[in-house]
Write a protein that binds this ligand. Structure first.
Ligand SMILES: [Zn+2]
Length: 199
């Protein structure tokens, strides 16, 4: 466990992604939220959109590749569509986003996150936020980005147990920190905005 305050100091200090996600062109570090699911003893991250569908699980140790959810015949994302993997420029914007709703769904106890809901053997374990690496084709918007490829870089969990955090960290090869919700809100005021990291 690391104090939340120390994590925000150096955004590059925590870059530790599997080799498969290192590309020559570098990548962007942005912010986003995920839902956490447990299935067959393993923990995984999913996107918020269509989050009940296991097909939206972020693969461990390999890039998450954007697909057009409207099944349009283009490589996601394109400017004329809303597809792509989303990232926020600022953690504070993410925590205040009415569409993403992490500020309502996050809590410091499993009960407050409705953890334990079971959908066909997949158990919902709550919401986490963190830094995400985005690369490939990236479209910039006001407040954030849509990207072709993504990989979680670091996760802040408010309600996962130590065992769950360790399982998530081990599965994805990333750092997962326990941060109480109040500390996360404080951190969002000083957390560095999205930035480009050249290779
Ligand atoms: Zn599309």
């Amino acid at each position: 466990m690391v104090a939340a305050g120390s994590v925000a100091e150096d955004p590059l200090r925590w870059v530790a992604m599997p080799d498969a996600t290192r590309l020559a062109a570098g990548y962007l570090i942005a912010w986003r939220a995920w839902t956490v699911w447990e299935h067959a003893g393993a923990l995984s991250l999913r996107s918020f959109a269509f989050t009940l569908d296991p097909a939206n699980t972020w693969p461990a140790r390999q890039p998450y590749v954007a697909r057009c959810r409207f099944r349009r015949p283009h490589v996601a994302p394109v400017r004329s569509c809303s597809c792509g993997i989303y990232g926020y420029a600022r953690l504070s914007s993410l925590l205040g986003d009415q569409h993403c709703l992490p500020h309502r769904l996050m809590g410091d106890t499993p009960t407050s996150t409705a953890s334990g809901l079971d959908f066909r053997g997949h158990r919902y374990r709550g919401v986490v936020v963190g830094r995400v690496a985005l690369w490939g084709h990236v479209i910039e918007h006001e407040g954030g980005y849509r990207a072709q490829y993504a990989y979680p870089q670091l996760v802040y969990a408010t309600c996962l147990s130590g065992e769950q955090r360790a399982a998530l960290a081990s599965a994805y090869g990333i750092e997962v920190y326990h941060v109480p919700l109040s500390a996360l809100r404080k951190l969002s005021m000083t957390a560095p905005p999205a930035r480009y990291v050249p290779s």
